[in-house]
Design a protein around this ligand. Sequence first.
Ligand code: SF4
Ligand code: SF4
Length: 181
Amino acid sequence: MIAATPQRACGDCSLCCKLLRIASLDKPNGKWCSHCKAGKGCSIYESRPQDCRDFDCSWLTGQLGDAWYPLNAKLVVDMKGPWVMVHVDPGVPNRWREEPYFSQIQYWAAFGVDRGVWVLVFVKKRLRIILPNKELDVGEFSPGDHIMIGEIPTSGRRDWHAYIRKAKDIPPEERDKFVVS
Ligand code: SF4
Ligand code: SF4
């Protein structure tokens, strides 16, 4: 994608065109969009879908330091509502465990837990939820699924559980709610 903000510009980066799901193009996470041309970017820029027009990653909006430039980091971060979503290039699936990324991800998890902010790490559809005391591999997340996170009552150290509630198991009146604690 090619976009600009007062803070930054995408430059040669097009990584969101690979890592993000684009619903209107039926493009899955982690696969290059067929309209993205090497070294040239989007070949349908003027008529690209609204999903693409609306997306600015958190590096582009100035919320992250230079080390997070997606072209180099191989990570695209999208902070939206209660979510910090870290999309990882499947070519380097453990990139998020490297520094300086991992420490920052752990910080977000610890900072967010009492503020209703949750850290999600995606490699394609595979989702890990990062909690202050652990990470949970909750399997594949598909559109319409709900992410369920809750604190487990304990008398000692704090602990949490999380799982994916599949779309087919969600009654109509509960759809569009995203998190239930
Ligand atoms: S990942 Fe960010 S910097 Fe890269 S093209 Fe997309 S919006 Fe621009
Ligand atoms: S349509 Fe263009 S901007 Fe949208 S994902 Fe494809 S290449 Fe990127």
